[in-house]
Every structure is written in structure tokens, then in C-alpha cells.
Design a protein around this ligand. Sequence first.
Ligand code: IPE
Ligand code: MG
Length: 228
Amino acid sequence: MDGNGRWAAQRSLPRTAGHKAAETAVIDVIEAAHAAGIPWLSLFAFSTENWRRPDGEVDFLMELVRRTIRKHALTLHARGIRCRFLGDSDIRIPPDLARDIADLTTLTRDNRRMTLTVAFDHGGRRDIVRAARSLIRNRVPAEQVTEESFAHHLPYPDTPDVDLVIRTSGEHRISNFMLWQVAYAEWTFPHVLWPDFRATHFWECLDSYRGRERRFGAVRIPTPTGKS
Ligand code: IPE
Ligand code: MG
């Protein structure tokens, strides 16, 4: 979800105004994905690198996430959405927000219509390093370390590989997002800034994804009829 600061700058507003405006986009996309029957949706809300931003902006983001959780928790639950947070939501973030995160996770843990993963204080490299540590701590013999067994040591190992990544605002970077899980993801880079992103943009990205040929490194084998 990128472009909040630029959205605000275009309006001569403080960066925080862009973050505030982003709430509408977040809810719109969750609703759109839910309505489309998408079983897994992940939102990159805050990275391990975002702590480098000015204290005022970080504090604002923490408070905004807290308010958003409180405002929408019951609706998310009623929609059958399982909410979980990928990141260190109990170490650096304020205790009251950590509590709200834990409460939302517990409230919605048995929901299965859609899993909403909020990557918050998330770093893809950190997750990989931690998986390596976990393997070593569990004394897994080197020859038993496979891609599959390794993935079991990542947080939320039930998370499937990512099919489609949407990065808004025209930037073309991974920014340390779910590095392991995006290995074969398709990408779209809509130019729209995140606070302006709506269900219609989301559908455009899905349309683009539908048109892709996913070969996972293999080649397409033509059928005798010429159809595939
Ligand atoms: C994304 O918008 C929000 C977060 C990373 C929290 P930015 O704040 O990165 O917006 P730009 O890139 O400055 O426009
Ligand atoms: Mg940015």
C-alpha cells in the first residue's frame, strides 16, 4: 500500500493526512476481495524499515491502526474474515495496540471465509533468518532441510504462495515483503496512489492477473488440438 505521503503532498497536507485517507482504500479492498471470494488477502501496512520514519509519523500510524481495528473488528468478524498479523506485534509496538491486535486475532481465529494477513512490523528477510534459527534450534539435520521443511519454520506456515502482488503508486520494488512466499508471484504496479485505490482498481489488477500465463519456470506444452 504505497503512495500515502505523495497523495498528501499533492494536496499540501501533512503526510499523516495521506495515511488517514488510506483507511477507505483498505476497507474497500477488503470488501472487494471478500465479495470476490478470494480466500487469502495480505496487506503490507508497516515494514521493519518503517521504524526509521519520524517519531510523529510512526506514532500516528500506530494510533491509526488501533482505531481502524477497533472500528472494524466486529464487521470483519461478521464477514467471516480471519485476521492475523505477520510481524513482531508484541515487541516494539505500543502495548495497547498489541492488545487490540491480540483481541482481533482471537475473536476471528475460527473464521474461514477469508484470511486477512496484515503485515505489520514485517520483514521478509527477518522471517527467513528466524526460520533458519528455528531449524538449528530444533536440530534438524542438514540433509532434511528442504524447501518444504524450511517453509514450515516460517511464521504462519499454512500461508500459500502469493499469486498476485499489487504495489500501488508506480514504484517497482519488493521492499522486503514476504520474500519467501512471493517467489513465483505475478506483479502489478498500478500508478494510482494508495489513498485513491478502490475496488475498481483492484478488479483491474485481477483482470490483468487472469490474462497471465503462469508457467512456474516450465514451458507450455501445446496440446494436439493446438489449444492449451
Ligand atoms: C505507504 O505510503 C504507507 C506506509 C508505508 C506506512 P508512504 O508513506 O510510503 O507514501 P509515499 O511513498 O511517501 O508516497
Ligand atoms: Mg512509500
